[in-house]
Ligand binder design. Sequence first.
Ligand SMILES: C[C@@](CO)(OP(=O)(O)O)[C@H](O)COP(=O)(O)OP(=O)(O)OC[C@H]1O[C@@H](n2ccc(N)nc2=O)[C@H](O)[C@@H]1O
Ligand SMILES: Nc1ncnc2c1ncn2[C@@H]1O[C@H](COP(=O)(O)OP(=O)(O)O)[C@@H](O)[C@H]1O
Length: 307
Amino acid sequence: MNATASVTVRVPAKVNLQLAVGPARGDGYHGLVNVFHAVSLFDEVTVSVRGDLPPGQAVLSADGERADHVARVPLDGSNLAARAAALLARHVPGATGVHIHLAKAIPVAGGMAGGSADAAAALVACDTLWGGGTPRERLLELAADLGSDVPFPLLGHTAVGTGRGERLAPLPVRGTFHWVFALAEGGLSTAAVFAEYDRLRPDAPEPRLDPELAAALAAGDPRRLGAALANDLQPAALSLRPALGEVLDVGRAAGALGAVVSGSGPTCAFLAESAEHARALAEALRDCKECADAVTAHGPVPGAVVR
Ligand SMILES: C[C@@](CO)(OP(=O)(O)O)[C@H](O)COP(=O)(O)OP(=O)(O)OC[C@H]1O[C@@H](n2ccc(N)nc2=O)[C@H](O)[C@@H]1O
Ligand SMILES: Nc1ncnc2c1ncn2[C@@H]1O[C@H](COP(=O)(O)OP(=O)(O)O)[C@@H](O)[C@H]1O
């Protein structure tokens, strides 16, 4: 076992630059082309040994600046970070019981994969704490068993996910992009948004990667990228939460290069020309009554790292 008593892992949120959703599959999932982009909004997951608990069992605590979000984090075995510890413990001989502390900055149920990020971080943190030495490829497989979005925060940067989003291939990106994220009161259920998508789009075509989006990323061109941002789940998220339309309009009117709902929402993402432009956009969005807060970030950033 690792000589240190605790391990902290920092892990990024994601925004989806393209989310193309195919028809519902027989297994309850949808085939996707999901372009993930890791941004500089980070959760920190700290694990420490609890010798009084059986291997893989966890007790949890959470804190963060936004008390309303922290209050919605489950602190029982349903937490994705606890499920990650339990799953990994079945594969690592030196596993122990753990205390998992989540320092949350990623919005909860916000379409930025905060729970998935915490699960990825818990895999890395527990493996380090327990001295498991689990190969990265194996961690990616375990991550995919936990959820479609869990493998990506292990890699970070920018990647395209196929299958149900869990099969990843890195995408080349030049430079850094500047973002603003408009946070909403309350979350949206991912399953409910996919169900609304099925209702609105019973005839969905097979998803394809947009070559213009890939070219804009490779060129590091924010104007081209802004024009290419696309999310097939956006009409479904807007149908369930019509006020998001106003938030998108405020960002566009304030000069965003692109405006899109992040994943299943309700967070909205705005692409800026520069860090300064992002700060100005955030100011404009904070004046919109439908926007609970606006935060700036940049991407791409690396995936889960031990601090
Ligand atoms: C939509 C996306 C976009 O990145 O994320 P969020 O924006 O919610 O964070 C993901 O596809 C969410 O991934 P994740 O949150 O891991 O979903 P999972 O736990 O695997 O599945 C939750 C539920 O979402 C639906 N689901 C998820 C993935 C997929 N390819 N097809 C689906 O239909 C299913 O109803 C499933 O039961
Ligand atoms: N570690 C976690 N952090 C946040 N939410 C979690 C966590 N584990 C489980 N959840 C549950 O997962 C749901 C989705 O949360 P999250 O992953 O933040 O959002 P999204 O799927 O929209 O990206 C939450 O409503 C919460 O009930």
